[in-house]
Design a protein around this ligand. Sequence first.
Ligand SMILES: [Fe+2]
Ligand SMILES: [Fe+2]
Length: 295
Amino acid sequence: MRRIAHISDLHFGKTDPAVVEGLVAELNADRPDLVIASGDFTMKARRREFRQARAFLDRLTSPWFAIPGNHDIPHYDVIERFVDPFHTYRAYIRKDLEPIWSDNEIGVIGINTARRAAFEMNWSHGRISREQILRAKERLEAFPRHLFKIVVGHHPFLPPPYEPQTRLVGRAEEALACFDHLGVKLVLAGHLHRGYADFRKPVIKGDTVVGQEEKSPERVRTSELLIVQAASATSTRLRGEPNAYNRIRIEEGRARLEPRLWDGEKFVSATEASEAVKSGEAPRRDDPPMREAAE
Ligand SMILES: [Fe+2]
Ligand SMILES: [Fe+2]
């Protein structure tokens, strides 16, 4: 049995300090086997924001696993954005943008879905390249067969049930088909600041798996690949949901998900949370204005 805490979109630079403290307290009391952070550690990839993010990680007593998000690429430093977009992330969080972690029960790989630029106005969207899918395939195949395999990315692999047209990470369907084929049981992501989960629903037409837009109920094959999207754990940039993270228990080849919601004072289970908390109306304190650090 393994216990994982899936946290995402911490966004240091725009956090609620009480939630940050509450999260550290809960994680260190709960002591999961691994804390997985699926990107967006900062707001604008500033050094002081990364310093705060690193200080948060250093306080955790559990081992942690991290990948970057689109907010971890500099916004204003155009030279760094194009020449070495993950320079500051690497300096403070982790050198490896696509880490691997395993023990004798689980195997986890990270995929960096954040991009320095795109052929469109909005550069916040993410994608997965063919090379990344190939690399993921090699890494997943190298894990011992009995391991429970987990893939972590930042951008969404599954739309919210109430917004099915939401844009997913580029090549989501191709990547998921590959992961599913290789026996991956769990995909973790964030970016939308919304928490939800569902099993992959690939579409079969004849012998071919096709895109989700042609989905019809009779053609949907069930899959054992669970996709879990996390809300923002600590940011004040909320989208109609409270701060939350996912507690995941892996046992006998299955993942059991328990979202933990911030109720204004502490993290609680969804059954303990009031309707006001679930709708993101719990009381909160915003960050005090931050002084510009000279650096
Ligand atoms: Fe985010
Ligand atoms: Fe993001």
